[in-house]
Design a protein around this ligand. Structure first.
Ligand SMILES: [Mg+2]
Length: 197
């Protein structure tokens, strides 16, 4: 049987937006905000763009949509290093929300293939992270609600420090290399090593 059908553990569900893709940069741009300026004044710990921009959820997603939006998100610094390091221990599976505009999932697959090439074997574009299998699995995500949904069913997790979550003090006081290094270190300790090879 081909190796691709063999399930390896532990698994790492690696988030895209806010961990590997710079969704915030693209969202700021389409809403006419300077992404660099806005991150400096972003209310620490506030996840929602709506509050920060003073707009409704409908107004937010009315512009964050379409193939080009999702396809052109910049890659976050540290993403390749994170993926390569995690892959030494985990079967990495990219997991990301596909919005309902009909283009998001395809654009995200194309995005992954551009930056991660043929090495990307697995990606799950889903509707809720509470549906992921928690057995022998670690989730890395920048959103507390996703972390909660996964830990409540028994999964291990690491909240990726960003200014919009509760780890904002780390995000503020560290550069991307330090943040990525910390996340890799925590991931290496989180679960026993790879099996099933
Ligand atoms: Mg995210």
């Amino acid at each position: 049987m081909s190796d691709r059908y063999k399930v390896k553990t532990p698994v790492c569900y690696l988030d895209m937006d806010g961990v590997t893709t710079n969704f915030h940069h693209s969202a700021c741009k389409v809403h006419g905000r300077d992404p660099y300026a806005i991150m400096k004044t972003w209310p620490r710990g506030e996840y929602g763009f709506e509050k920060v921009f003073g707009i409704t959820t409908e107004e937010l997603w009315a512009k964050c949509r379409g193939y080009e939006f999702w396809r052109n998100m910049p890659i976050l610094p540290g993403a390749l290093w994170l993926y390569e390091s995690l892959s030494t221990k985990y079967q990495v599976i990219f997991t990301s929300m596909a919005t309902g505009d009909g283009y998001c999932a395809q654009a995200k697959v194309d995005w992954l293939q551009e930056y991660f090439g043929k090495q990307v074997q697995y990606a799950i574009l889903h509707c809720s992270k509470g549906y992921m299998n928690p057995k022998g699995a670690l989730m890395i995500d920048d959103y507390e609600k996703n972390i909660e949904a996964f830990t409540v069913i028994g999964g291990a997790s690491i909240l990726y420090p960003q200014v919009w979550n509760t780890q904002h003090a780390i995000a503020d006081s560290s550069d991307w290399k330090e943040v990525t290094g910390m996340v890799i270190q925590a991931a290496m300790k989180a679960l026993p090593g790879l099996s099933g090879q």
